[in-house]
Ligand binder design. Structure first.
Ligand code: DNO
Length: 355
């Protein structure tokens, strides 16, 4: 297991590489070219510069989160083949720079969703939270302006303004796309890119849908064990794998995460390890990482990763905003650093017990 932290690049992140370097046991970062748009080719010189910047700070570039997928690929429009070609070129450039893990998602229109980006907690910190009842009362545009108003000027991943400007058009595009079509379009995309992934040793790690159920009547297909297994079977190459995101899958209490980890042995290429607390059906807060503060058993999750011999990158996922920090919601320094240290502590104890 390699402990990492997500980093958005010096132009976009309030956290610096120097700060990340000082978190005990964090050896790498997961980053991206945050100013590229889905469908755009990532030029070789920009990929190389991104890697050099990370390495100059004494860290490893452990993977990309995300190379986003153009909606024409998700919808299955004739123009998808050109966008797939562009994606392949980006993968070639990453492979040539010796980068071997790419996290992406296949959620229609928007990425992860929360109804509150700054829910005040009794200890004075704030967290991200979700309440389906509140979301049901909103139309998508109201939710969008709410999110913009509460993100302190940071661009949230998956909610980039140029995408959101086309939101009505995007909803229209997806009108005839049901779960089955979306699934087939994902399989089509993966089959097309697998030869390149094999040539360069790139593991694709699909991120689960967050929350793990349909939102605004849009289909969601990476929500639980059977659906994920179906995808892994449809494209059986080991390069077609998963980002095991405990918070996204864990939004649905029916998902048994340690069991999923054991079932998906060999196909998990990246881990997002964080806790959630279930408050009511369809309602949860993002909790601090320790098991006793949320609904997930983080020890059992780390133990399952250890038992399958997982040796890829993991990262603490969203943290609360604590100690007065102003940062992108979910992506401050302090609570994620505490999360990394806690997860590493569990890992050390599990490794020593196993001896
Ligand atoms: C949210 C993240 C997601 C994730 C993408 C992967 O904070 O977990 O935006 O990066 O879904 O493509």
């Amino acid at each position: 297991m390699e402990m990492t932290l997500r980093w958005y690049g010096s132009k976009f992140d309030s956290v610096t590489l120097e700060q990340i370097r000082q978190i005990p046991m964090v050896k790498g970062v997961i980053t991206t070219l945050y100013d590229t748009t889905p469908g755009q080719i990532w030029e070789q010189d920009r990929v190389n510069a991104m890697k050099e910047e990370v390495e100059a700070a004494g860290l490893r570039l452990s993977g990309i989160e995300s190379v986003n997928i153009h909606d024409d690929i998700k919808v299955g429009l004739p123009s998808r083949d050109q966008y797939i070609e562009n994606y392949i070129t980006t993968l070639e450039h990453l492979g040539k720079a010796d980068i071997h893990m790419v996290c992406y998602n296949f959620m229609p229109v928007f990425d992860w969703t929360r109804s509150d980006l700054k829910k005040p907690l009794p200890d004075g910190s704030t967290c991200l939270s979700y309440d389906q009842e509140l979301v049901d009362k909103l139309d998508f545009e109201a939710m969008l302006s709410d999110m913009e108003a509460n993100s302190d000027g940071f661009v949230l991943p998956g909610w980039e303004p140029e995408r959101m400007a086309r939101v009505k058009e995007l909803f229209e595009l997806y009108k005839d796309v049901d779960e089955e079509k979306l699934f087939q379009n994902l399989v089509y995309f993966l089959k097309a890119i697998m030869p390149t992934c094999k040539k360069y040793g790139i593991n694709m790690a699909i991120h689960p849908d967050d929350p793990a159920w349909p939102v605004f009547n849009l289909p969601r297909i990476i929500t639980g064990k059977e659906k994920i297994q179906r995808l892994l079977d449809a494209v059986p190459d080991k390069e077609n794998g998963l980002t095991l995101c405990t918070g996204s899958l864990g939004s649905n209490p029916k998902n048994d995460i340690p069991d999923m980890i054991r079932s998906f042995k060999g196909r998990i290429h990246f881990g997002h390890v964080r806790n959630v607390i279930h408050l009511a059906p369809g309602k949860f807060d993002e909790a601090p990482h320790p098991s006793c503060l949320g609904s997930l058993d983080m020890y059992e999750i780390m133990k399952a990763l250890h038992d399958i011999g997982f040796d890829g990158p993991i990262r603490p996922d969203h943290g609360r905003l604590i100690w007065g920090e102003v940062a992108m919601p979910g992506y401050g320094l302090y609570d994620r650093a505490l999360g990394a240290t806690y997860l590493y502590g569990l890992w050390e104890a599990i490794c020593r017990n196993a001896k």
